[in-house]
Write a protein that binds this ligand. Structure first.
Ligand SMILES: [Zn+2]
Length: 342
């Protein structure tokens, strides 16, 4: 399939958009682009070893498609990797969400965009579909297989009795036999990619697996369940600090994962001299949580997070005497005891 290259006709518009994104409106723009339907529980850890341009939201879209059609998430992801798709290009990113390089017309497209692509015989300008979400992009891919010539080959594929999803290797062979690709080695190529990148792991995910992966005993999930011990409490009076400790400290080895205590929008993911690498999440209704002293942060300002989504790893950056997570809860700007929410 064509490897997508630079934007031709829309380049100028995107350039202006990019400059705007640098401005103060960046947070608002990102949160409006990443609507609630783009939230995901696919964590960065699950994407270890995959090409950089594959995002948790793309994997989530593939799994959502699988839950509707039964077509294995590993096959669509394997094809994306094998063919390069629209990987990392403007077309694959919001607001276009066309991570499969699908040309218009496509099932469920919400618009079109004209871009330059490189085909085997030279450079051509083509009209691609745009989608409202990665799930819609994946559903457009899946729609083909609900119709001739594919449907009769697909429906006889064995299904996993536990999940109801089609067997991935049988599925790729079925659509190849129906004419999806002319390369005689296509089936083996996709199987190799699914094996090398461990894409099969995504086929067994049930809706329950995608629910919050870490749970506490109250409204919030614990932000550091793998801590060694709680080294300090809210309100503790310490000589180097005015007005008492504003949060809880969880001592843990460097690299221990930290999680969003609740769903929300990341408002800060960056550096502070006192808080080190810190993350601030706005949960709405005046409720904000702060996570300090990370060795590493895996979220960016403006993105939506789900409750229990990994946000970083414990460290000792900023004003800190040892590896720990400082977890602070604020209601209308006032630090409150996190125990009210845990
Ligand atoms: Zn602290």
């Amino acid at each position: 399939m064509a490897k997508l290259k630079r934007l031709l006709l829309w380049g100028g518009i995107l350039l202006i958009g990019g400059i705007l994104m640098l401005g103060a409106a960046a947070n608002e723009m990102m949160s409006s682009i990443l609507g609630d339907n783009q939230q995901t529980n696919i964590t960065e850890d699950m994407l270890n070893g995959l090409p950089d341009w594959i995002t948790p939201e793309m994997v989530q879209g593939a799994i959502d498609m699988m839950h509707e059609n039964g077509y294995p998430a590993s096959v669509v992801l394997g094809q994306m990797i094998l063919e390069g798709g629209a990987g990392g290009s403007e077309l694959s990113n919001p607001p276009y969400y066309n991570c499969l390089g699908q040309k218009s017309p496509s099932y469920g497209e919400n618009g079109t965009v004209t871009m330059q692509t490189e085909e085997a015989w030279g450079t051509v300008t083509a009209v691609f579909s745009t989608f409202a979400s990665y799930k819609d992009c994946m559903l457009a891919w899946a729609h083909k297989f609900t119709m001739p010539p594919y449907v009769s080959h697909v429906t006889i594929c064995p299904r996993d009795p536990a999940t109801g999803h089609y067997d991935a290797d049988s599925f790729i062979e079925a659509i190849w036999r129906a004419g999806y690709a002319t390369d005689p080695n296509y089936v083996q190529k996709v199987i190799n990619i699914m094996t090398i990148y461990n894409l099969y792991q995504f086929n067994n995910m049930t809706a329950e697996d995608l629910e919050d992966q870490v749970t506490g005993n109250g409204q919030f999930t614990h932000p550091c369940p793998d801590m060694t011990y709680q080294s300090s409490y809210f309100g503790e009076i310490r000589p180097y600090e005015q007005g008492g400790h504003k949060g809880h400290d969880y001592a843990a080895p460097v690299g221990t994962p930290t999680y969003a205590a609740d769903a929300g929008t990341v408002t800060i993911a960056g550096w502070s001299d006192s808080a080190g690498n810190w993350v601030v999440i706005d949960h709405g209704n005046g409720l904000v949580t702060k996570y300090m002293h990370h060795s590493r942060i895996v979220v960016v300002a403006g993105q939506s997070v789900r409750k229990g989504q990994k946000i970083g790893e414990v460290g000792s950056t900023g004003q800190s005497t040892g590896p720990h997570l400082h977890f602070q809860v604020e209601q209308n700007g006032i630090a409150v005891n996190p125990d009210y929410y845990l």
